[in-house]
Design a protein around this ligand. Structure first.
Ligand code: ZN
Ligand code: CU
Length: 505
Protein backbone atom coordinates (compact mmCIF):
# COMPACT_ATOMS: atom_id res chain seq x y z
CA UNK A 1 0.00 0.00 0.00
CA UNK A 2 1.05 3.58 -0.64
CA UNK A 3 2.53 5.30 2.42
CA UNK A 4 1.48 8.89 1.80
CA UNK A 5 -0.62 10.67 -0.83
CA UNK A 6 -0.57 14.47 -0.96
CA UNK A 7 -3.59 15.64 -2.92
CA UNK A 8 -4.34 18.85 -4.83
CA UNK A 9 -1.00 20.49 -4.17
CA UNK A 10 0.54 23.20 -6.31
CA UNK A 11 3.73 21.35 -7.11
CA UNK A 12 6.98 23.29 -7.56
CA UNK A 13 9.26 20.53 -8.81
CA UNK A 14 12.51 22.30 -7.91
CA UNK A 15 13.67 22.97 -11.48
CA UNK A 16 12.32 26.52 -11.50
CA UNK A 17 9.27 25.58 -13.59
CA UNK A 18 6.00 27.21 -12.55
CA UNK A 19 3.75 25.30 -10.19
CA UNK A 20 1.32 22.71 -11.50
CA UNK A 21 -1.65 21.22 -9.70
CA UNK A 22 -0.96 17.55 -8.96
CA UNK A 23 -1.17 14.66 -6.53
CA UNK A 24 2.04 13.10 -5.24
CA UNK A 25 2.37 9.56 -3.84
CA UNK A 26 5.20 8.39 -1.59
CA UNK A 27 6.15 4.76 -0.95
CA UNK A 28 9.21 3.11 0.55
CA UNK A 29 10.99 6.40 1.09
CA UNK A 30 10.70 7.52 -2.51
CA UNK A 31 8.35 9.50 -4.73
CA UNK A 32 6.20 6.84 -6.37
CA UNK A 33 3.99 8.97 -8.60
CA UNK A 34 3.37 12.59 -9.58
CA UNK A 35 0.06 12.99 -11.37
CA UNK A 36 -1.71 16.16 -12.56
CA UNK A 37 -4.80 14.01 -13.16
CA UNK A 38 -5.11 12.84 -9.58
CA UNK A 39 -4.12 9.54 -8.00
CA UNK A 40 -6.78 6.91 -7.37
CA UNK A 41 -6.60 4.46 -4.49
CA UNK A 42 -5.71 5.36 -0.97
CA UNK A 43 -2.72 5.63 1.31
CA UNK A 44 -1.95 4.96 4.96
CA UNK A 45 -1.67 8.71 5.35
CA UNK A 46 -3.53 11.24 3.17
CA UNK A 47 -2.82 14.96 3.14
CA UNK A 48 -5.20 17.46 1.56
CA UNK A 49 -2.93 20.17 0.18
CA UNK A 50 -5.56 22.39 -1.37
CA UNK A 51 -4.21 25.96 -1.43
CA UNK A 52 -0.70 24.84 -0.45
CA UNK A 53 2.61 24.49 -2.34
CA UNK A 54 4.62 21.28 -2.39
CA UNK A 55 8.35 21.54 -3.09
CA UNK A 56 11.38 19.34 -2.58
CA UNK A 57 12.78 19.58 0.96
CA UNK A 58 15.12 22.56 1.26
CA UNK A 59 18.91 22.30 1.35
CA UNK A 60 20.93 24.40 3.79
CA UNK A 61 24.25 24.70 1.95
CA UNK A 62 26.05 26.35 4.82
CA UNK A 63 25.66 24.62 8.16
CA UNK A 64 27.81 24.03 11.21
CA UNK A 65 25.72 21.07 12.35
CA UNK A 66 28.54 18.51 12.70
CA UNK A 67 28.00 18.42 16.47
CA UNK A 68 24.29 19.25 16.37
CA UNK A 69 23.59 15.79 14.97
CA UNK A 70 24.74 14.49 18.37
CA UNK A 71 23.49 17.23 20.63
CA UNK A 72 20.13 17.95 18.97
CA UNK A 73 19.37 14.96 16.70
CA UNK A 74 15.77 16.20 16.34
CA UNK A 75 17.28 19.16 14.44
CA UNK A 76 14.09 21.09 15.20
CA UNK A 77 15.56 24.45 14.22
CA UNK A 78 16.20 23.19 10.67
CA UNK A 79 13.26 20.82 10.20
CA UNK A 80 10.67 23.47 11.16
CA UNK A 81 12.03 25.65 8.32
CA UNK A 82 11.43 22.90 5.75
CA UNK A 83 15.12 21.98 5.58
CA UNK A 84 15.62 18.26 4.94
CA UNK A 85 19.37 18.29 4.18
CA UNK A 86 22.27 20.36 5.50
CA UNK A 87 25.87 20.62 4.37
CA UNK A 88 28.11 20.58 7.46
CA UNK A 89 31.84 21.03 7.87
CA UNK A 90 31.88 24.58 6.58
CA UNK A 91 34.36 27.42 7.08
CA UNK A 92 37.24 24.96 7.44
CA UNK A 93 35.89 23.34 10.63
CA UNK A 94 34.69 19.75 10.39
CA UNK A 95 34.02 16.87 12.75
CA UNK A 96 36.59 14.87 10.83
CA UNK A 97 39.40 14.00 10.79
CA UNK A 98 39.40 13.63 14.56
CA UNK A 99 42.17 12.71 16.94
CA UNK A 100 40.73 11.30 20.18
CA UNK A 101 43.68 12.85 22.02
CA UNK A 102 42.88 16.36 20.80
CA UNK A 103 39.97 18.59 21.70
CA UNK A 104 38.45 19.46 18.34
CA UNK A 105 35.63 21.38 20.00
CA UNK A 106 37.90 23.94 21.59
CA UNK A 107 40.09 24.07 18.47
CA UNK A 108 36.96 25.18 16.60
CA UNK A 109 36.08 27.78 19.21
CA UNK A 110 32.92 25.88 20.06
CA UNK A 111 31.55 25.74 16.51
CA UNK A 112 31.69 21.94 16.59
CA UNK A 113 30.26 21.65 20.12
CA UNK A 114 28.29 18.50 20.77
CA UNK A 115 30.54 15.96 19.08
CA UNK A 116 30.75 12.67 20.93
CA UNK A 117 32.21 9.28 20.27
CA UNK A 118 35.44 7.66 19.31
CA UNK A 119 35.46 8.20 15.55
CA UNK A 120 38.52 9.37 13.67
CA UNK A 121 37.29 9.47 10.08
CA UNK A 122 34.14 10.23 8.10
CA UNK A 123 32.83 6.66 8.07
CA UNK A 124 33.14 6.57 11.87
CA UNK A 125 31.42 9.95 12.21
CA UNK A 126 28.56 8.81 9.97
CA UNK A 127 28.04 5.63 12.01
CA UNK A 128 28.07 7.54 15.31
CA UNK A 129 25.70 10.25 14.02
CA UNK A 130 23.24 7.70 12.60
CA UNK A 131 22.98 6.00 15.99
CA UNK A 132 21.22 9.14 17.23
CA UNK A 133 18.53 8.70 14.54
CA UNK A 134 18.75 12.25 13.21
CA UNK A 135 15.65 13.96 11.85
CA UNK A 136 17.28 15.25 8.65
CA UNK A 137 20.02 14.38 6.16
CA UNK A 138 23.62 15.52 6.41
CA UNK A 139 26.28 16.00 3.73
CA UNK A 140 29.82 16.71 4.91
CA UNK A 141 32.78 18.80 3.88
CA UNK A 142 36.26 18.18 5.24
CA UNK A 143 37.72 21.33 6.75
CA UNK A 144 41.15 22.89 6.30
CA UNK A 145 41.40 24.35 9.81
CA UNK A 146 40.64 20.97 11.33
CA UNK A 147 43.07 19.10 9.10
CA UNK A 148 45.80 21.68 9.63
CA UNK A 149 45.48 21.76 13.40
CA UNK A 150 45.64 17.95 13.56
CA UNK A 151 48.81 17.82 11.49
CA UNK A 152 50.56 21.08 12.46
CA UNK A 153 48.85 22.38 15.59
CA UNK A 154 48.79 26.17 15.66
CA UNK A 155 52.07 26.65 13.77
CA UNK A 156 52.22 30.00 12.01
CA UNK A 157 54.24 28.82 9.03
CA UNK A 158 53.98 26.93 5.76
CA UNK A 159 53.81 23.13 6.07
CA UNK A 160 56.79 20.94 5.29
CA UNK A 161 56.41 18.61 2.31
CA UNK A 162 55.64 15.79 4.71
CA UNK A 163 53.01 17.79 6.61
CA UNK A 164 51.39 18.83 3.34
CA UNK A 165 51.24 15.18 2.26
CA UNK A 166 49.66 14.18 5.59
CA UNK A 167 47.05 16.93 5.27
CA UNK A 168 46.28 15.88 1.72
CA UNK A 169 45.88 12.26 2.84
CA UNK A 170 43.29 13.33 5.43
CA UNK A 171 41.37 15.28 2.78
CA UNK A 172 41.53 12.40 0.29
CA UNK A 173 40.30 9.86 2.84
CA UNK A 174 37.27 11.99 3.70
CA UNK A 175 36.46 12.43 0.01
CA UNK A 176 36.79 8.69 -0.59
CA UNK A 177 34.37 8.09 2.27
CA UNK A 178 31.79 10.47 0.79
CA UNK A 179 32.56 14.08 1.66
CA UNK A 180 31.33 16.50 -1.00
CA UNK A 181 34.40 18.71 -0.88
CA UNK A 182 37.12 20.57 0.94
CA UNK A 183 36.23 23.72 2.90
CA UNK A 184 38.41 26.56 4.11
CA UNK A 185 37.98 29.37 6.61
CA UNK A 186 40.94 31.52 5.68
CA UNK A 187 39.96 34.29 8.07
CA UNK A 188 40.31 31.90 11.02
CA UNK A 189 43.21 30.30 12.82
CA UNK A 190 45.10 28.27 11.69
CA UNK A 191 43.88 28.63 8.10
CA UNK A 192 44.87 32.28 7.96
CA UNK A 193 48.53 31.27 8.19
CA UNK A 194 48.37 29.29 4.95
CA UNK A 195 49.54 30.54 1.59
CA UNK A 196 47.41 30.13 -1.52
CA UNK A 197 49.65 27.30 -2.78
CA UNK A 198 48.91 25.15 0.26
CA UNK A 199 45.17 25.54 -0.34
CA UNK A 200 45.54 24.73 -4.04
CA UNK A 201 47.41 21.52 -3.21
CA UNK A 202 44.75 20.42 -0.72
CA UNK A 203 41.79 21.48 -2.87
CA UNK A 204 43.23 19.56 -5.81
CA UNK A 205 42.65 16.37 -3.81
CA UNK A 206 38.98 16.94 -4.73
CA UNK A 207 39.70 16.81 -8.46
CA UNK A 208 39.56 13.01 -8.78
CA UNK A 209 36.05 12.83 -7.38
CA UNK A 210 35.07 16.10 -9.11
CA UNK A 211 34.11 17.42 -5.67
CA UNK A 212 33.98 21.01 -4.40
CA UNK A 213 36.19 23.67 -2.94
CA UNK A 214 34.07 25.83 -0.60
CA UNK A 215 35.42 28.84 1.21
CA UNK A 216 34.92 31.40 3.90
CA UNK A 217 37.29 33.72 2.11
CA UNK A 218 40.41 35.31 3.53
CA UNK A 219 38.71 38.70 3.64
CA UNK A 220 35.10 39.85 3.36
CA UNK A 221 35.70 43.58 3.86
CA UNK A 222 38.45 45.92 2.68
CA UNK A 223 40.12 43.18 0.64
CA UNK A 224 37.01 41.36 -0.57
CA UNK A 225 37.90 41.58 -4.24
CA UNK A 226 41.42 40.23 -3.72
CA UNK A 227 39.89 37.36 -1.75
CA UNK A 228 37.48 36.58 -4.62
CA UNK A 229 40.47 36.56 -7.01
CA UNK A 230 42.26 34.12 -4.71
CA UNK A 231 39.19 31.85 -4.59
CA UNK A 232 38.83 31.83 -8.37
CA UNK A 233 42.56 31.10 -8.72
CA UNK A 234 42.32 28.19 -6.29
CA UNK A 235 39.31 26.75 -8.14
CA UNK A 236 41.06 27.09 -11.51
CA UNK A 237 44.47 25.79 -10.44
CA UNK A 238 43.02 22.91 -8.46
CA UNK A 239 40.60 22.11 -11.28
CA UNK A 240 37.54 22.01 -9.03
CA UNK A 241 34.20 23.75 -8.65
CA UNK A 242 34.61 26.77 -6.35
CA UNK A 243 31.81 27.78 -3.99
CA UNK A 244 31.92 31.09 -2.08
CA UNK A 245 30.28 30.88 1.34
CA UNK A 246 28.11 33.63 2.85
CA UNK A 247 29.01 36.20 0.20
CA UNK A 248 29.01 39.68 1.74
CA UNK A 249 30.82 43.01 1.98
CA UNK A 250 31.47 43.70 5.65
CA UNK A 251 31.68 47.21 7.04
CA UNK A 252 29.98 50.41 5.85
CA UNK A 253 33.02 51.47 3.80
CA UNK A 254 32.67 48.30 1.71
CA UNK A 255 28.92 48.20 1.15
CA UNK A 256 28.05 47.76 -2.51
CA UNK A 257 31.35 46.05 -3.35
CA UNK A 258 29.60 42.74 -3.84
CA UNK A 259 28.48 44.05 -7.24
CA UNK A 260 32.13 44.01 -8.27
CA UNK A 261 32.72 40.58 -6.79
CA UNK A 262 29.63 39.20 -8.55
CA UNK A 263 31.04 40.66 -11.79
CA UNK A 264 34.23 38.71 -11.20
CA UNK A 265 32.17 35.57 -10.66
CA UNK A 266 30.18 36.25 -13.84
CA UNK A 267 33.39 36.69 -15.84
CA UNK A 268 34.73 33.40 -14.50
CA UNK A 269 31.45 31.68 -15.36
CA UNK A 270 31.54 33.14 -18.86
CA UNK A 271 35.07 31.76 -19.23
CA UNK A 272 33.77 28.29 -18.37
CA UNK A 273 34.84 28.08 -14.73
CA UNK A 274 32.41 26.46 -12.30
CA UNK A 275 31.49 28.85 -9.49
CA UNK A 276 28.51 29.16 -7.14
CA UNK A 277 27.80 31.07 -3.94
CA UNK A 278 25.51 31.20 -0.95
CA UNK A 279 24.14 33.95 1.27
CA UNK A 280 22.17 34.28 4.50
CA UNK A 281 19.27 36.74 4.42
CA UNK A 282 20.30 39.02 7.29
CA UNK A 283 22.38 42.16 7.81
CA UNK A 284 24.28 40.73 10.77
CA UNK A 285 27.00 38.11 10.78
CA UNK A 286 27.86 35.82 13.67
CA UNK A 287 30.84 33.80 14.78
CA UNK A 288 33.56 33.32 17.39
CA UNK A 289 34.15 36.77 18.78
CA UNK A 290 37.87 36.25 19.32
CA UNK A 291 38.40 35.95 15.56
CA UNK A 292 37.17 39.47 14.90
CA UNK A 293 39.22 41.42 17.40
CA UNK A 294 42.86 42.16 18.00
CA UNK A 295 43.21 42.09 21.78
CA UNK A 296 46.04 44.63 21.67
CA UNK A 297 43.86 47.14 19.85
CA UNK A 298 40.13 46.43 19.99
CA UNK A 299 38.36 47.92 16.95
CA UNK A 300 35.89 50.49 18.28
CA UNK A 301 33.67 50.66 15.19
CA UNK A 302 33.14 46.91 15.30
CA UNK A 303 32.73 46.86 19.10
CA UNK A 304 29.87 49.37 18.72
CA UNK A 305 27.84 46.99 16.50
CA UNK A 306 28.47 43.77 18.41
CA UNK A 307 25.82 41.85 20.30
CA UNK A 308 26.64 38.92 22.54
CA UNK A 309 24.97 35.66 21.43
CA UNK A 310 26.45 33.09 23.78
CA UNK A 311 29.03 33.71 26.44
CA UNK A 312 30.04 31.00 28.91
CA UNK A 313 31.99 33.56 30.97
CA UNK A 314 29.14 36.04 31.39
CA UNK A 315 25.76 34.44 30.74
CA UNK A 316 24.06 37.67 31.84
CA UNK A 317 25.46 39.41 28.74
CA UNK A 318 23.73 37.07 26.30
CA UNK A 319 21.30 38.90 24.03
CA UNK A 320 22.79 42.35 24.79
CA UNK A 321 24.72 44.87 22.71
CA UNK A 322 28.26 45.43 23.97
CA UNK A 323 27.66 49.19 23.90
CA UNK A 324 24.63 48.81 26.21
CA UNK A 325 26.65 46.69 28.63
CA UNK A 326 29.34 49.37 28.56
CA UNK A 327 26.83 52.16 29.27
CA UNK A 328 25.30 50.21 32.17
CA UNK A 329 28.66 49.44 33.73
CA UNK A 330 30.10 52.83 33.01
CA UNK A 331 32.97 51.35 31.02
CA UNK A 332 34.38 51.83 27.58
CA UNK A 333 32.95 49.47 24.95
CA UNK A 334 36.42 48.30 23.89
CA UNK A 335 37.19 47.41 27.49
CA UNK A 336 33.99 45.34 27.70
CA UNK A 337 35.04 43.37 24.61
CA UNK A 338 38.53 42.92 26.02
CA UNK A 339 37.33 41.67 29.39
CA UNK A 340 34.91 39.17 27.82
CA UNK A 341 37.55 37.73 25.53
CA UNK A 342 40.20 37.41 28.23
CA UNK A 343 37.92 35.80 30.83
CA UNK A 344 38.08 32.01 31.34
CA UNK A 345 36.34 30.38 28.32
CA UNK A 346 36.16 33.88 26.83
CA UNK A 347 37.43 32.45 23.56
CA UNK A 348 34.17 30.46 23.35
CA UNK A 349 32.08 33.61 23.09
CA UNK A 350 29.86 33.77 20.00
CA UNK A 351 28.87 37.25 18.86
CA UNK A 352 26.50 38.83 16.36
CA UNK A 353 27.78 41.84 14.47
CA UNK A 354 25.72 44.21 12.33
CA UNK A 355 28.03 44.78 9.38
CA UNK A 356 26.04 44.11 6.18
CA UNK A 357 23.98 46.39 3.92
CA UNK A 358 20.37 45.36 3.30
CA UNK A 359 20.71 46.35 -0.37
CA UNK A 360 23.60 43.90 -0.71
CA UNK A 361 21.44 41.07 0.64
CA UNK A 362 18.94 41.76 -2.15
CA UNK A 363 21.64 42.05 -4.83
CA UNK A 364 23.01 38.70 -3.72
CA UNK A 365 19.62 36.99 -3.75
CA UNK A 366 18.92 38.26 -7.26
CA UNK A 367 21.94 36.40 -8.67
CA UNK A 368 21.04 33.16 -10.51
CA UNK A 369 23.90 31.13 -9.01
CA UNK A 370 23.21 32.19 -5.43
CA UNK A 371 22.07 29.48 -3.04
CA UNK A 372 20.94 29.97 0.55
CA UNK A 373 22.92 28.90 3.59
CA UNK A 374 21.92 29.63 7.17
CA UNK A 375 25.43 29.69 8.69
CA UNK A 376 23.53 29.02 11.91
CA UNK A 377 25.66 28.12 14.91
CA UNK A 378 23.62 25.53 16.79
CA UNK A 379 24.22 26.55 20.37
CA UNK A 380 20.81 26.78 22.01
CA UNK A 381 22.01 27.94 25.43
CA UNK A 382 22.32 31.62 24.61
CA UNK A 383 20.61 33.93 22.13
CA UNK A 384 21.83 32.62 18.78
CA UNK A 385 21.59 34.59 15.56
CA UNK A 386 17.97 34.25 14.35
CA UNK A 387 19.23 32.78 11.08
CA UNK A 388 19.46 29.44 12.88
CA UNK A 389 15.65 29.25 13.04
CA UNK A 390 14.52 31.67 10.34
CA UNK A 391 16.68 31.70 7.20
CA UNK A 392 14.54 29.80 4.70
CA UNK A 393 11.06 31.07 5.62
CA UNK A 394 12.60 34.56 5.59
CA UNK A 395 13.66 34.12 1.97
CA UNK A 396 10.25 32.76 0.97
CA UNK A 397 8.18 35.23 2.98
CA UNK A 398 10.19 38.42 2.99
CA UNK A 399 12.38 38.39 -0.12
CA UNK A 400 9.99 36.49 -2.42
CA UNK A 401 6.50 37.49 -1.30
CA UNK A 402 7.02 40.90 0.28
CA UNK A 403 9.97 42.23 -1.72
CA UNK A 404 9.64 40.38 -5.05
CA UNK A 405 13.43 40.00 -5.38
CA UNK A 406 13.00 36.58 -6.98
CA UNK A 407 10.03 34.46 -8.01
CA UNK A 408 8.77 31.60 -5.86
CA UNK A 409 9.73 28.82 -8.35
CA UNK A 410 13.19 30.37 -8.74
CA UNK A 411 13.71 30.64 -4.97
CA UNK A 412 12.73 26.99 -4.60
CA UNK A 413 15.15 26.02 -7.40
CA UNK A 414 18.00 27.81 -5.63
CA UNK A 415 17.21 26.02 -2.38
CA UNK A 416 16.60 22.53 -3.87
CA UNK A 417 17.73 21.26 -7.29
CA UNK A 418 20.66 23.68 -7.63
CA UNK A 419 22.35 22.78 -4.33
CA UNK A 420 21.41 19.09 -4.68
CA UNK A 421 23.17 18.94 -8.05
CA UNK A 422 26.22 20.99 -7.07
CA UNK A 423 26.70 19.30 -3.67
CA UNK A 424 26.13 15.86 -5.19
CA UNK A 425 22.97 14.78 -3.36
CA UNK A 426 21.94 11.84 -5.52
CA UNK A 427 18.28 11.58 -6.48
CA UNK A 428 17.28 14.55 -4.34
CA UNK A 429 16.29 18.15 -4.93
CA UNK A 430 13.45 17.54 -7.36
CA UNK A 431 9.92 16.22 -7.20
CA UNK A 432 10.37 13.42 -9.66
CA UNK A 433 9.25 9.80 -9.74
CA UNK A 434 11.94 7.57 -8.22
CA UNK A 435 13.65 10.37 -6.29
CA UNK A 436 13.94 10.27 -2.50
CA UNK A 437 10.83 11.72 -0.88
CA UNK A 438 12.26 14.78 0.89
CA UNK A 439 9.28 17.12 0.66
CA UNK A 440 8.02 20.42 2.01
CA UNK A 441 4.38 21.48 2.06
CA UNK A 442 3.91 25.18 2.83
CA UNK A 443 1.45 28.04 2.65
CA UNK A 444 3.04 30.57 0.28
CA UNK A 445 0.73 33.34 1.53
CA UNK A 446 1.71 32.80 5.19
CA UNK A 447 5.28 31.52 5.24
CA UNK A 448 7.57 33.84 7.23
CA UNK A 449 10.34 33.72 9.80
CA UNK A 450 9.42 34.60 13.37
CA UNK A 451 12.85 34.37 14.97
CA UNK A 452 14.18 37.78 16.04
CA UNK A 453 17.40 38.91 17.69
CA UNK A 454 15.52 39.13 20.99
CA UNK A 455 13.55 35.90 20.54
CA UNK A 456 15.77 33.89 18.23
CA UNK A 457 14.56 30.43 19.15
CA UNK A 458 11.18 30.80 17.50
CA UNK A 459 9.96 28.49 14.77
CA UNK A 460 8.58 30.06 11.58
CA UNK A 461 4.98 30.28 10.33
CA UNK A 462 3.49 28.72 7.22
CA UNK A 463 5.49 25.49 7.13
CA UNK A 464 2.80 22.79 7.14
CA UNK A 465 4.40 19.37 6.58
CA UNK A 466 7.96 18.18 6.12
CA UNK A 467 8.71 14.68 4.88
CA UNK A 468 12.21 13.20 5.21
CA UNK A 469 13.03 10.06 3.21
CA UNK A 470 9.33 9.27 2.92
CA UNK A 471 8.37 9.72 6.58
CA UNK A 472 6.37 12.59 8.04
CA UNK A 473 8.83 14.43 10.28
CA UNK A 474 7.06 17.73 11.00
CA UNK A 475 3.48 18.89 10.88
CA UNK A 476 1.70 22.12 11.64
CA UNK A 477 -1.99 22.91 11.35
CA UNK A 478 -1.25 26.49 10.33
CA UNK A 479 -2.15 29.83 11.87
CA UNK A 480 -0.67 30.21 15.33
CA UNK A 481 -0.74 26.48 16.04
CA UNK A 482 2.59 25.18 17.29
CA UNK A 483 4.30 22.70 15.00
CA UNK A 484 4.70 19.06 15.93
CA UNK A 485 7.99 17.20 15.49
CA UNK A 486 7.09 13.54 15.03
CA UNK A 487 10.50 12.21 16.04
CA UNK A 488 10.58 9.77 13.15
CA UNK A 489 14.37 10.02 12.86
CA UNK A 490 14.71 9.06 9.19
CA UNK A 491 17.64 11.33 8.29
CA UNK A 492 20.61 9.84 6.43
CA UNK A 493 24.28 10.56 6.13
CA UNK A 494 24.73 11.38 2.45
CA UNK A 495 27.74 10.63 0.31
CA UNK A 496 28.74 12.77 -2.67
CA UNK A 497 27.10 11.53 -5.89
CA UNK A 498 26.57 8.13 -4.28
CA UNK A 499 24.06 6.28 -2.15
CA UNK A 500 23.83 7.30 1.49
CA UNK A 501 26.19 5.83 4.08
CA UNK A 502 25.23 2.25 4.94
CA UNK A 503 23.23 1.73 1.74
CA UNK A 504 24.25 -0.41 -1.21
CA UNK A 505 26.00 1.63 -3.89
ZN1 ZN B 1 32.17 31.34 7.64
CU1 CU C 1 30.18 29.32 8.44
Amino acid sequence: MTDIIIRNATVLDGTGSPGISADVAVTGGRIAEVSPNGITGSAAHEIDATGLHLSPGLVDTHAHDDGAFFRYPGMEFKLAQGVTTVVSGNCGFSAIPADPDQDSVSASGGILAGLEGEFTDLAGYFAAALERQPAINNMMLVGHNTVRSIVMGMERRAPTADELRQMRDHVSLALEQGACGFSTGLIYRPGRWSETDEVITLASAARDSDALYTTHMRNEGDRLLEAVDETLTIGREAGVHAHISHHKAAGVANWGKIRSSLEKVDEALAAGQRVTLDVYPYTAGSGRMIEYFNLDNVNRDLAEVVRIASCPAFREYEGRMAKDIAADENRDVTEVIHSILTAPKGDRTICIHFIIDEADVETNLAHADMMVGSDGIPDLRGKPHPRLFGTFPRVLGHYVRERGILSLPEAIRRMTSLPARVFGMSERGQIKTGYWADLLLFDASQVIDRATYDQPQTEPAGIRSVIVNGALAYQCAGGDEPGHHTGTGTGKMLRYRRSAYGEAT
